[in-house]
Ligand binder design. Structure first.
Ligand SMILES: [Zn+2]
Length: 64
């Protein structure tokens, strides 16, 4: 059992799937995005307007 997987140290994740600084699509405020798909700042996300415009309601972390 001495198998070493080189993929373990290779950057297999998408560069857009990592936390980065983005500008909010609604208020243009620069915020810390948690990853891919996070394009709206938490402030706008918490607003009722944003929630009503989202077709999918829940925790926001849906996976197929
Ligand atoms: Zn915003």
């Amino acid at each position: 059992m001495t198998n070493v997987y080189p993929e373990k140290i290779s950057p297999s994740r998408s560069p857009r799937d990592v936390p980065t600084v983005r500008a909010c699509l609604r208020c243009k405020t620069v915020f810390q995005s948690e990853g891919f798909g996070e394009r709206v700042c938490p402030r706008c996300k918490g607003s009722a307007v944003w929630k009503s415009s989202m077709p999918t309601r829940g925790d926001g972390t849906r996976q197929r």
